[in-house]
Design a protein around this ligand. Sequence first.
Ligand SMILES: Cc1cc2nc3c(=O)[nH]c(=O)nc-3n(C[C@H](O)[C@H](O)[C@H](O)COP(=O)(O)OP(=O)(O)OC[C@H]3O[C@@H](n4cnc5c(N)ncnc54)[C@H](O)[C@@H]3O)c2cc1C
Length: 403
Amino acid sequence: MAGLACARTLSAAGLSVRVLEASDGVGGRVRSDVVDGFRLDRGFQILLTAYPELSRWFDMDDLQLRRFQAGATIWTGTRFTTIGDPLRSPRDLPSTITSSVGSLADKLRLLKLIASVRRGSVSQILRRSDMSTEAKIAQLGFSERFIKQFLQPLFSGIQLDPELEVSSRRFEVIFRMLSVGDSAVPAMGMGSLSELMANQLPAGVVQCNRKVAELDGTSVLLVDGERISSRVVVVATQGPTASDLLKLPDPGSRPVAAIWFDSSSDPLRNKKILLDGAQSGPMKNMAVLSEVAPEYAPAGRSLCVAAVPGPAALMPDLESSVRTQLKQWHPGSSSWETLRVDVIAHGQPLQLPPLDPRRTVRVGAGRYVCGDHRDTASLQGALFSGRRAAAAVLADLQDRSDS
Ligand SMILES: Cc1cc2nc3c(=O)[nH]c(=O)nc-3n(C[C@H](O)[C@H](O)[C@H](O)COP(=O)(O)OP(=O)(O)OC[C@H]3O[C@@H](n4cnc5c(N)ncnc54)[C@H](O)[C@@H]3O)c2cc1C
């Protein structure tokens, strides 16, 4: 997404651009595949509709967004309970107040946090004092139980961070996005975002199966031995690869896994995110995607995805551990069929405090870098960083032609 955003900006400014993509399709971490008629993203992802970059790049109608219900359904160890967003869905007020998840004081603290993250601009939030998400949550006074049952499973899923060590700036920005917009998926899968981005580039600009092996100044050597020289090179790979190619510090990796189930044999019916508030296994959240976006499954069929963020994603018995966990939640899940297991070693960069949300995109004469590791680890951050890198290229080329 970062590379496509950069290429689109440069191409719109009249430059001749080539996108060299290592894999067989565009999108990087944001791709979808059709498996047995089901639409599977590469890992469980959601689009937060409040991301400011979205409206810059997309006609929102083209996305055909399918929205999750606000709030969450929480597994407490013996039953499910609901936390809603009474500000947006007043009918959730009674169930939220009476929910066994957290005390009334926790719910009031939640409202206070929502008010705080809605104040000021996003860039102001990104300049607030920084600490780990865990420290921030403790500072806000939430009870252990509320953290364990709600905040930890929710944010370990979004930040791929079961330890809640990610920057509190990032946490507060996500909280703002969650509280002012919706969580959604495009009807045709998250990968349709990447395809829509790529389709706006002139034909032939994006070249797949063209992996870059190394860089020398502003020329690149491809793994097939071809060398391509250019006035400018922008490296738009994931952080660890960018650090190899450009000799930059490695931004680190948060792994994540997703298990996709054909749950038609005994479907769940739920349009909210389901959270593991009982810490009953490696899965932290789950979604019944076909309830939210019927286009994700063949007619009359049901699709569930279970997400395992953090190091547990790499455990050898991942699928059996998740199935054991799921059986407590929904005994009928033992008849579900596994469609695919995605294990993604680099889900997001670490994003530890202090988080610099605008790391430089200039790395030497004619050399630039973009990607979620330059801004925030999200679609928003990737798109924004691509635009920033393109702006730096255009400004530097302008300076060169002026001098
Ligand atoms: C499972 C999962 C869930 C997520 N959930 C969310 C979410 O809910 N909301 C959200 O906002 N974000 C989420 N994210 C994060 C988000 O997907 C990323 O921040 C964003 O997609 C990063 O985009 P990018 O362009 O920076 O990098 P990438 O998508 O990694 O793109 C890098 C590209 O570079 C290519 N490449 C790599 N090496 C080479 C090479 N040597 N030569 C040529 N090409 C190369 C890759 O093939 C790839 O296409 C999630 C990520 C994962 C994995």
